[in-house]
Design a protein around this ligand. Structure first.
Ligand SMILES: NC(=O)c1ccc[n+]([C@@H]2O[C@H](COP(=O)([O-])OP(=O)(O)OC[C@H]3O[C@@H](n4cnc5c(N)ncnc54)[C@H](O)[C@@H]3O)[C@@H](O)[C@H]2O)c1
Length: 453
């Protein structure tokens, strides 16, 4: 290490080592809440911040608003004298370390919307004190921590009279991407290796020290830019590979070949192949959005991200294709979409979570309703259709009982939660359009005609 240890860095390092440092976490959502728990379990004191008063009240009662994480987590936090949550951002001077996990959405033209990140940087700046370490976790384009976050924070500090601070000497800043995959039981915040890139060596070292208290493997990289770029690479990799299998699905479908069987066959190759699966379109806060942060930034450098644009185009076309396949399937039963009773199974964007952000189910429901279908949905994890940015339906989840299923002209599977009663669908439905190959798991005796889409 070439950078000299400063007094502030030395003091913070000791506090982290002795677990007397207070960790602030801004944004207690899908990323921030499990991170708070992991560090708390690791023995750190945690002060959570969120703008949403309801979340704070849930936490005080020990209830989990993110069901997939389980009530045990929030009971543990609420009963601990080492955890507290607040909406009072004036308390941002209290933590020694501040981890920022706020949303990074895109605007109407797929442009990055850094509003939440910048607001948080300013809120931290307004209360900044020497000896604090700030780590941005929100997914964003390379250069955000250095070029957007730090300037906003330091400017706010100066304007609010907190003074001027030198990064790497008085305060420390890093980027550490979150790799959370809600609903995936095989990996947790604790077991997923954590990349850490500081804007200087001391910041990297201090941030690594903090995460080692809650994460099994911490991987330092040479800069915040590299850490930001690595996260974007991971998400672009997924978006492109999903688009590729979605395109192959459409091609193989026209040839009468089952893409699911093809993927299973190709997966027997023990090297050089990794299976990705087709679906009804992308959803969630990451894959449909993050790659476009890079696209936008690349333009500033006179570069074009053709792979990302093409993948986006293919993936965005999936809901339309699924609706077309549904129309064809109904046509084969001498029915029209107009007037047909269609049950969409699964509203969440992926299995075993109640997250409906950017879910393709919403667009599919809208397209079917526009064509005159009587659409209902079943999702045990999402009992009521939530208010969404672009969609608003007044609907509640219908049960998957015999009368509902036999009365349906088509059951359209969009998301395959483990708890869904697939046997009931197989027994009572007439026509099933399956975008997830979910019906292949139903053992024998399927009465329904299955159309893969
Ligand atoms: N959800 C995932 O699976 C996932 C995975 C990896 C990375 N990420 C990234 O992590 C970041 C956070 O995503 P998330 O899924 O946790 O989002 P989320 O919406 O679940 O949580 C964000 C939280 O921040 C709060 N918030 C909003 N504005 C705030 C502000 N100004 N100050 C304080 N709190 C504020 C919200 O109330 C919410 O509780 C995003 O950049 C996302 O791309 C998400």
């Amino acid at each position: 290490m070439t950078q000299t240890m400063t007094n502030h860095a030395g003091e913070l390092k000791d506090k982290i080592a002795s677990k007397t440092a207070l960790v602030g976490i801004v944004g207690l959502g899908y990323v921030g809440l499990p991170l708070a728990d992991a560090l708390h379990v690791g023995g750190m004191r945690v002060l959570g911040f969120d703008v949403d008063q309801k979340k704070i009240e849930f936490l005080e009662r020990g209830e989990n608003y993110l069901k997939h994480l389980g009530a045990g987590m929030t009971t543990r936090l609420s009963e601990s004298d080492k955890f507290e949550a607040t909406v009072d951002f004036a308390r941002l001077n209290e933590p020694d370390i501040i981890l920022v996990c706020v949303p990074t959405p895109v605007g109407p033209h797929l442009e990055p919307d850094l509003t939440y990140v910048i607001k948080t940087a300013e809120a931290i700046g307004n209360r900044l004190r020497a000896g604090q370490l700030v780590v941005l976790e929100s997914t964003t384009y390379p250069g955000t921590t250095r070029g957007d976050f730090i300037p906003a924070m330091l400017e706010a500090a100066e304007k609010s009279g907190r003074g001027t601070f030198e990064v790497g000497k008085d305060v420390f800043v890093a980027f550490s991407p979150e790799r959370e995959d809600p609903g995936r039981k095989s990996h947790t915040t604790t077991t997923i290796p954590k990349l850490v890139g500081g804007v200087d060596e001391l910041s990297t070292e201090l941030a690594c020290d903090v995460y080692r208290h809650g994460v099994t493997e911490v991987v330092p990289v040479s800069s915040a830019d590299v850490a930001e770029a690595a996260k974007i690479l991971e998400n672009v990799f997924r978006a492109i590979n999903i688009a590729m299998v979605n395109e192959l699905k459409v091609v193989f479908d026209a040839m009468g070949i089952d893409v699911w069987e093809v993927i299973k066959a190709a997966s027997t190759k023990p090297f050089g192949f990794m299976p990705f699966y087709p679906g009804p379109g992308l959803g969630g806060h990451c894959i449909p959005i993050d790659p476009f942060y890079l696209t936008w930034k690349a333009r500033e450098h006179g570069r074009v991200t053709r792979f990302i644009e093409l993948a986006g185009e293919i993936n965005r076309g999936m809901p339309e294709w699924v609706v077309e396949k549904t129309a064809e399937a109904l046509n084969d039963d001498t029915k029209s979409v107009k007037g047909s009773n269609i049950i969409v199974v699964g509203l969440a964007y992926k299995p075993n979570v109640d997250d409906t952000r950017e879910t393709p189910a919403a667009e599919i429901i809208e397209l079917l309703a526009e064509r005159g279908a009587n659409v209902s949905y079943h999702d045990p994890l999402v009992p009521t259709f939530p208010e969404m940015r672009n969609y608003s339906f007044s609907m509640d989840s219908v049960p998957l009982d015999e009368p509902t299923l036999t009365n349906a002209d088509c059951v359209l599977i969009v998301t395959d939660h483990d708890v869904t009663d697939w046997q009931a669908i197989g027994r009572h439905a007439g026509l099933v359009v399956d975008t997830r190959n979910a019906m292949s798991k139903v053992p024998g005796g399927v009465r329904a005609r299955i159309v893969k889409a």
